[in-house]
Design a protein around this ligand. Structure first.
Ligand code: FPP
Length: 261
């Protein structure tokens, strides 16, 4: 049998197989992309914004249901003021340029992270996009903005303590389902595939609970250069993996169990 090599052939084969329901991406390498070109770091972030558009459209076309993008971590405030200011303006720029297209493509914009600590203009841009797309039921484009997993987990602990202190729950009620219900992602499925660009191989405080059983994919490509071909390759690789979720049974049984949770 001939090996399919055209992009269209590969796409059609991938589409017939199990698609990751939720893809999460740590978009890294913007600064190095810019340095390679003697450009300021912010030029890398600007180019990275265009990649978000390209990858969102392609993920939607593939039939991925949720795409979570790590856009700004709780640790990123330590960066130089000009860079932070620029990053805070990007949701506004992105959504002004692409909101009509997101609406047309039935994409719903959501956010996880500490919303109130964002500058007002950033909050407005995100709120506007969430409102304008709330009826859409296609791909969920979930921005992790001012997000940190440890802080999220500290807040889960606080919520559970509050429930216990006000006698709404007993110690015996504390279980995985309760923890999950207190996460910022409680309404979303767990990520099936985590991608990190730029050659770094770490999680950087991203969705530490939620990624427990995700398949991990690392690429040397810098985020501004990441394209449809890169995502298709990550998905093809994902489709070759045998996901067992800690059991010895086959992928299908494991998936059924996971869905029944
Ligand atoms: C990491 O690269 C990237 C970020 C901290 C920011 C990512 C943000 C975007 C791609 C744009 C966000 C856009 C919207 C619409 C929210 P780095 O700067 O750490 O790169 P380096 O490791 O090469 O220095």
């Amino acid at each position: 049998m001939p090996v399919p090599d055209s992009f269209a052939d590969r796409l059609s084969i991938a589409r017939k197989k199990q698609m990751p329901n939720h893809v999460a991406i740590i978009m890294d390498g913007n600064g190095r992309w810019a340095r390679q070109r003697n450009l300021p770091r912010v030029a890398g972030h600007h180019e990275g914004m265009k990649t978000i558009r390209k990858i969102t459209r392609f993920a939607n076309e593939l039939g991925v249901n949720v795409l979570t993008l790590y856009a700004f971590s709780t640790e990123n405030w330590k960066r130089p003021r000009v860079e932070v200011d620029f990053l805070m303006k990007l949701p506004g720029k992105f959504l002004t340029a692409y909101l009509p297209e997101l609406i047309e493509e039935n994409i719903r914009v959501e956010m996880i992270g500490h919303f109130e600590a964002l500058p007002e203009h950033t909050q407005h841009a995100i709120e506007k996009a969430m409102k304008a797309t709330e009826q859409n039921d296609g791909l969920v484009l979930n921005f992790a903005m001012n997000y940190g997993s440890r802080l999220e987990l500290v807040n889960v602990v606080k919520q559970i303590c509050e429930l216990a202190m006000t006698q709404q729950i007993d110690l015996a009620d504390v279980n995985e389902a309760l923890v999950e219900s207190c996460l910022m992602t409680s309404h979303l499925p767990e990520p099936d595939l985590l991608i990190r660009t730029s050659g770094e191989v770490r999680l950087s405080n991203f969705m530490l609970w939620q990624l427990a059983y995700a398949e991990l994919a690392f690429t040397d490509v810098y985020w501004p250069d990441y394209d449809e071909e890169c995502l298709l390759e990550a998905i093809e690789d994902f489709q070759l993996r045998n996901r067992r979720f800690g059991s010895l049974c086959e992928e299908e049984d494991a998936l059924k169990k996971q869905r029944m949770k």
